[in-house]
Design a protein around this ligand. Structure first.
Ligand code: 3PG
Length: 210
């Protein structure tokens, strides 16, 4: 089950920093700041030209288990795994991406926004999905409503969540972890503000583990 693997990768820190990295040159310093804040995993989104190299650098750097996000095609999943991704995240549910991850033997966390998509994920043998975009979909109320008919499902709500909203999701039994970019925003990354990244990560990890 993908949730069991993901839980072991997270090793207690129920936070998934979502990174959109402008330059691979900053990847090592970023990995250090996240790890110093207590993060165990991070998702590098395939949204910038440097994403693949940044993933590679972070994976080789050590200290964090690095996965790929915004994976939209089977080819991207393959490239991400070659670059060192230990898990794959997608904003939506795509059968071909899920099948490719199965072939590659890498855990995949697909995005779902409806009960229909969740049923597809469960039928494919996945027990954990990304609820995306969580806040725009209705946040915790939507997560609870989806959870009622699917008590076996676990969620990684992501999208529009910040340090304050995080605390609402964490106590929810169906929430495996919470994802978001608030710990390392585009602005932090553009300015190389690793002090803020470390502080915000530590704050989030502290909330997630107590
Ligand atoms: C994602 O790719 O998971 C989201 O863009 C992260 O959402 P956020 O930037 O609203 O945290």
């Amino acid at each position: 089950m993908n949730g069991t693997v993901l839980a072991s990768l997270l090793s207690g820190a129920r936070i998934m920093p979502v990174l959109t990295i402008p330059s691979a040159a900053s990847a090592g310093a970023l990995a250090d700041a996240l790890a110093a804040g207590g993060a165990t995993c991070a998702e590098v989104t395939f949204r910038t030209p440097d994403a693949e190299q940044a993933l590679k650098t972070m994976a080789a750097h050590g200290g964090l288990t690095v996965g790929a996000g915004t994976v939209l095609t089977p080819e991207q999943a393959e490239r991400a795994v070659t670059a060192g991704a230990r898990f794959i995240v997608s904003p939506g549910y795509d059968e071909q991406v899920v099948a490719k991850c199965g072939e590659l033997g890498v855990p995949v966390v697909p995005g779902i926004a409806t009960a229909t998509e969740l049923m597809r994920a469960l039928r494919a043998g996945l027990d954990t999905v990304k609820l995306f975009p969580a806040e725009a979909l209705g946040g915790l109320a939507t997560l609870r409503a989806l959870s009622a008919p699917f008590p076996q499902a676990r969620f990684v709500p992501t999208g529009g969540i910040d340090a304050e909203r995080l605390t609402a999701y964490l106590p929810e039994p169906a929430v495996l972890a919470v994802g978001g970019s608030w710990m390392a925003t585009r602005t932090h990354l553009a300015h190389g503000d690793y002090t803020a990244i470390r502080r915000l990560t530590a704050e989030a990890v502290g909330r997630s583990t107590r």
